[in-house]
Design a protein around this ligand. Sequence first.
Ligand SMILES: [Zn+2]
Length: 596
Amino acid sequence: MTVTLGALNGMDRATFVELLGAVFEHSPWIAEAAWQRRPFASIDALHQAMVDTVIAAPHDKQLALLKAHPELGASKIVAEFSRREQASAGLDSARLADAAKLRNLNRTYRDRFGFPFIMAVKGKQRAEIIAAMEQRVTHAADDEFAVALDEVAKIARFRVDDILADDRAAAEPDPMAGVGAQLLDRADQLGAVTEVPGTVTRTFLTPQHREAARMVMDWMRFAGMDASMDAIGNVVGRYEGAKPGLPALLIGSHLDTVRDAGKYDGILGVLAAIACVGAMHKRNERPPFAIEVIGFGDEEGVRFQSTLLGSRAVAGTFDKTVLDRKDADGVTMREALAAFGLDPASIRMIARRRGDVLGYLELHIEQGPVLEADNLPVGIVTSIAGGTRANIDVTGMSGHAGTVPMKLRHDALAAAAEIILAIEARARDNPALVATVGRIAASPGATNVIPGKASFSLDLRSPDDATRLGAYTDIVAASQSIARKRGVTVAIDRTFESPAVACSAWLMVEIERAIAALGVTRRRLASGAGHDAMAIASLCDVGMIFVRCKGGISHNPAESITEADAEIGARVLYRVLRKFQPRDATPPRKTERAPG
Ligand SMILES: [Zn+2]
C-alpha cells in the first residue's frame, strides 16, 4: 500500500497514528506528536518532524524507544518490518559461526549499553554489519546512545519511504543531481594548475594562483554570482538575496596548497559552495540573505611562513608586519602583492563589519581517519584544536664514546629520548590530546662522540585549552625532573600558542539536522588541523562540515575522496543553506591569535 503525502496531510489523528505508529520502533507517541505538525511539504519534512520529537523527548523515553527494538538476528519472532529488513541483509541465513558471533556480540552490547544493537541494515552485507557491531561496542555510552538513536531515525526513514509516495518530488528535478562527479572533475581541473609539473603545488601570488582564481571566478559567475578578486588575492563571489545589499552568510575555504599536495584540501569546500549556489540559481531561489563564497588566497602559509592570510584579512585581523616578510627568493609580500597587481594598502578595506555577516560555513576534507573508521561520509566539527609549540634544548657533556664510563656520562640525546617518551606517555591516555616530537638534532653528531646537545620540537594540540595547557605544564616539569636526574640542563622555549576555536552550537545543530535528513548518522568530531574558520571565528559564528578522506591522508598526492562522499557533503551544505535562518549578530567567542 502506498499513501500519498496529500492524503496523509488530510488524515484524522487515529488513521495517521495507525499508519505511522509503528515506524519508530512501535512507539506511537512519536506519530501522535508528528500529527499535530501537519501539513507536511515533503516526506523529508514528515520524517524531520518525527526525528525532532525523538530528539526533544526525555532520556528515559528515548531509552524505552531503543529497548523496543528487536535484537538483530535473534530467533525470536520480530515484527514484520524488521524481519523483512534483516532478511534482505542475509542475517536470517547466517552461517553457524556468524550466528554464534552475532549472539555473543549482541549479549556484550546489551550488557554494556542496556539496549539492543540497532542498525539500519537495509542494503548492507552481513560482514559489514558485524564489523560495525565490533566497532560500536567499544564506544563511550553517551556516543553510542546518540548513534543508536540516529540508526532508529534511519530505519524509520526507510519505513516511511515504504509507506508514502511523495506526490510532488517527481515533478521537481533535483538541482544537485550529479554534483559529486562535478566536484571531482573540477578538483582535477584545478589540480592541473601547478607550479611543479607532476605535482599539485599552488602557492600564494603565483601565476598559478591567478589561473586558479580565474577558473573559480568563471564557475562562480556561471552559478549566478558576481565574482571578483580582493586586495589579498581572495576570490569572492556574491549571490544577492531577496533584495540587493542584505547581510551575507559567508562560505569558504582556501585555493592555495602546500608543495606536492592533494587535490581536495581547501578546494573541495570552495567548489561545493559554488555548486550549492548554482543549484539555488537554477531554481531561481533568492534567500532572505546574501551568500558570499570565498576562495581564500593563502591559508597554508607556504610562501611567507604565515598562515591564514586571506581569512585574517576578511576577519580584520591581518597583521601588517607580515607584508615585510620575504619568501625564499627574498621577495617581500608587499612586492609580491604589487607585482600581482594588488594594493597592499587596500587590505584593511576588505575586513568585514560584523553587521554585514551572518555566519561562516566551511566544508573541508577531514584530514584524519575518524570518519573512515566509523564508516561515515561526513561529520560535524565541534571545535578546531588549539596548539602549543616549543623548542626544547637539552645540554649535557660531550665526550669520547670509548673512554667515558656509562656512570659518568651526561648524554643529552639519551636524556632527550627519555623526555620524548614522557611526552608521548602524557598524551597517550587522553583522547582529547595529541603530542608530537617531529624534529630532533644531536650535536656534535658523530658516531664516536657522546652527544653534548640535543634539540627537538614539541607540538601539542587539544580541542580543550585547559587540557593542552595542563599537559604543557606537566611536560615542562617532567623534562626538568629527568634533566636533574641525569645531570643535564633543559631549556624550553614556547614559540607558538593558539587557543582552541569552538564551532557555534546553533550552526552545529543546523548541520546535524541536514545530515539526519539525508539519512546519514550524525557524528561530531574535533578538528586537529587548523582551518580558515579559525580566523573567521573572531568575526562571526562558524560551522564546519568534514568529508571523509581515504586513510585520513592529506598534504600528500595520495589525498583521495569518493564521488559519493563529495556529493553527500555538498548536499548537507545545500540543505543548511536552504534552511538557514539569519540570526542577530552574536558577539564572537574567541579571538584567534597570530601564530609565531
Ligand atoms: Zn585546508
